[in-house]
Design a protein around this ligand. Structure first.
Ligand code: CUA
Length: 324
């Protein structure tokens, strides 16, 4: 999937109106209900205005119209009707909000903890211990408790088809339910302006059948390919990974990072579909382009241009491609 495909698939469909979980369905229902009510009010008001314009248009020689004051029937209608409509909307809103607030006192039991970073997402799975970046796998038809946190500024976690949107605020606990009633790949995005690359703080949620999900968890739990078993260019790349300070920020499970909160865990890098918060697809060619100059692809991102030679990049790509 390249940048254009992801971008176009996002704009070509309006996933807000194709909800695949109870919570976004309630939100979509609330939105369409409000829209139809407003459309109805607009039709009634416009008809009356234009009707009056036509019916009471000034005619040559006609007398001045006789003004009159007070009409109990009309006053009762215009008080009771809007009150009922407002009460209906309040009820729909309370229904939508009330059902879907997870109990924050149970945050230790969160299935997944999602941490927003400038400009990527990190997800920790409680039961399996799996840590991933920008790609959250979930089993279908399971309501997951997701705890939201941030490593720096305020971000907003939003997968339009699967959940409401909610801020990830540093130091302030927030949680949502995430659920998919159908397997598939769903685009998520940061929905709170958080700096220069806010627009490319996207992520994928991949809902799988229980069997596929279990297989994914098993693969993610497996240790990364050991550099000791590598030879040639890949072995050289593994050495470069440490010498060129990549290892300071990027954790690989058998090689912990010095600053593990800074950059995505690369233990199973190859298993992911995209790089850099969905800005490019995860192919050897794109990875090569990224390593040559991340700033040319995602200006302002935290990864500097390390000014690597073509050979160094090739060796690093050969090593990183072993992280299946
Ligand atoms: Cu993170 Cu916008």
């Amino acid at each position: 999937m390249n940048q254009d495909v992801i971008f176009n698939s996002h704009v070509a469909t309006i996933p807000v109106f194709q909800p695949l979980a109870a919570q976004p369905a309630t939100i979509a229902h609330l939105f369409t209900t409000v829209l139809w009510i407003c459309a109805g009010i607009m039709v009634v008001v416009c008809s009356m205005v234009f009707g009056a314009l036509i019916k009471y248009r000034h005619k040559e020689g006609a007398p001045e119209p006789k003004p009159y004051f007070g009409n109990h029937t009309v006053e009762i209608i215009w008080t009771v009707m809007p009150s009922l409509i407002v009460l209906w909307l309040v009820w729909l809103t309370i229904d939508g909000m009330g059902q879907y607030y997870p109990d924050l006192s149970k945050k230790d039991q969160a299935d997944i903890t999602v941490v927003g970073h400038q400009w990527w997402w990190e997800a920790h799975y409680k039961d399996s211990g799996v840590v991933v970046a920008n790609e959250i796998h979930i089993p279908v038809n399971k309501k997951l408790y997701v705890f939201l946190d941030s490593a720096d500024v305020i971000h907003n976690f939003w997968v339009p088809q699967l959940a409401r949107k909610l801020d990830a605020i540093p130091g302030f606990p927030n949680a949502i339910y995430l659920e998919a009633q159908k397997h598939g790949t769903y685009l998520g995005a940061c929905d709170e302006y958080c700096g220069v690359q806010h627009a490319w703080m996207r992520f994928l949620v991949i809902a799988q059948t229980p069997e596929d999900y279990a297989a994914w968890v098993k693969a993610q739990q497996a240790p990364a390919a050991s550099p000791a078993r590598l030879t040639g260019s890949a072995a050289h790349g593994a050495k470069l990974f440490h010498d060129m300070t990549c290892a300071n920020c990027h954790a690989i499970n058998n090689v912990p990072a010095l600053y593990p909160q800074t950059a995505p865990d690369l233990t199973h890098l190859v298993s992911r579909q995209t790089l850099g918060g969905c800005i490019i697809s995860n192919t050897p060619a794109e990875l090569t382009r990224w390593l040559h100059d991340p700033q040319a692809i995602k200006p302002g991102c935290r990864m500097p241009n390390l000014k690597l030679s073509d050979d160094q990049v090739a060796d690093l790509v050969n090593y990183l491609e072993t992280l299946q």
